[in-house]
Design a protein around this ligand. Structure first.
Ligand code: GLT
Ligand code: MN
Ligand code: MN
Length: 388
């Protein structure tokens, strides 16, 4: 149904990480269920399903113990695969969580050698991304946290994190890479508590950096919904602050481990509001799916998963347009706007404040009329359920 309309196009800017379609289904209780595909094969898969781009961690592409000449050969092959398949590399990142050396964190680890190694590894990952003209550099501090707070003072961890970020921003400027750093929050997993647990926490932290203009956020649906928060609200705050540099789309049941499920598959209504927000404000960045297929699937299922993420996004985009043009919804919104148009607060002035202090408000009258949000929400549901 509507197949052409929901077919991804380059201008939709749909991207996937090598680690997403390359996820082989291992979990803490069981091993891989899908055979390994090389980065080149994964690029071919992404081209087949209609993605715009691919993103990677340094070690998704170049194994950690690769020699310089192996690295060179891998980069050459991968570049060719991207060019041949018309796939871009808009974002790069660094793996600071897999190796045992990062068991106590990377930028916040107690061992100063580990922190220096983490910065070195990040600079090298920035070099790698720059070879592919990546514009965004994501930092997910997966191990920046604790099982026990006995190990360090939390404010010391924050200072260490800031020192590393300031250093990397200087490197970005010195190398003329022009990256925008996007910090990705998550409340827990793999650590019991991860520092900067929400997008909001990172937004506050960014203001304390020396090059705050270079640094924004990469909110992820699953990471906001794990603790039961609203992804769309986090995204809206980031957007309003001019800090929405990237986005990780997926889905998640609240209160569980990080599920990274197919976009829109768990919470269609929240996903709809998210897509509607991004489209309404004109977000022009990448729509990155940080999700993976069920463990039950083979690579046909992986393609089905990837196509599903994009198709669902486009369906919600369509629904958002329908919502915006819906006659009754528009008339209720116009009534709402009517009550909003006479703003009595505005910017403070001594005279204005005297007027406000003297103003008379009929609080009973103001609360006397229903706001029609029930009707508005029901109409939303009808649009979403496809009966309107
Ligand atoms: C890892 C994590 C994701 C991050 C990736 C970037 S790696 O898969 O679960 O949320 O976005 O480091
Ligand atoms: Mn996740
Ligand atoms: Mn993510």
């Amino acid at each position: 149904m509507n197949n052409g309309r929901y077919t991804p196009k380059p201008e939709d800017k749909f991207t996937f990480g090598l680690w997403t379609v390359g996820n082989r289904g291992a979990d803490p209780f069981g091993t891989q269920v899908r055979e390994k595909k090389s980065p080149v094969e994964l690029v071919e898969l992404l081209a087949e399903v209609g993605a715009y781009g691919v993103n990677f961690h340094d070690n998704d592409l170049v194994p950690i113990d690769a020699t310089a000449s192996e690295r060179e050969a891998i980069v050459k092959d991968f570049k060719k695969a991207c060019d041949d398949n018309g796939i871009k590399v808009p974002m790069a990142t660094v793996n600071l969580f897999y190796e045992p050396v990062f068991r106590d964190g990377a930028f916040t680890a107690n061992d100063a050698r580990v922190r220096a190694y983490a910065v070195q590894k990040t600079m090298r990952a920035m070099d790698l991304g720059a070879e592919f003209d990546a514009e965004t550099f994501v930092l997910w501090g997966g191990r920046e946290g604790v099982e026990t707070d006995a190990c360090r003072r939390t404010d010391e961890a924050i200072k260490r994190f800031r020192e590393c970020l300031n250093y990397l921003c200087e490197y970005n400027a010195a190398q003329n890479y022009g990256y925008q750093f996007a910090l990705e929050a998550k409340p827990n997993e793999p650590r019991a508590d991860i520092y900067f647990p929400t997008t909001g926490a990172y937004l506050a932290f960014i203001e304390t950096l020396e090059h705050k203009e270079m640094v924004g956020v990469n909110p992820e649906v699953a990471h906001e919904q794990m603790p039961g928060l609203s992804m769309m609200h986090a995204v809206a705050q980031a957007w309003e602050a001019g800090k929405l540099f990237h986005i990780d789309l997926n889905d998640q049941y609240p209160g569980r481990y990080d599920q990274d499920l197919r976009f829109g598959s768990v919470s269609p209504k929240q996903s709809f509001w998210l897509v509607k927000f991004l489209e309404d404000v004109g977000y022009s960045g990448m729509r990155h799916f940080d999700a993976h297929a069920y463990r039950t699937e083979d690579y046909e299922g992986v393609k089905e998963f990837a196509r599903g993420c994009m198709r669902t996004y486009l369906i919600f985009k369509d629904k958002a347009e329908r919502w915006n043009n819906h006659e009754e919804i528009r008339s209720i919104l116009a009534e709402i706007e009517e009550t909003n148009k006479d703003n009595k607060v505005g910017k403070f002035s001594p005279e204005g404040s005297q007027n406000l202090l003297a103003a008379e408000f009929d609080r009973v009258e103001m609360a006397s009329k229903g706001l029609k949000y029930e009707r508005l929400d029901q109409l939303t549901m009808e649009v979403l359920l496809g009966v309107d």
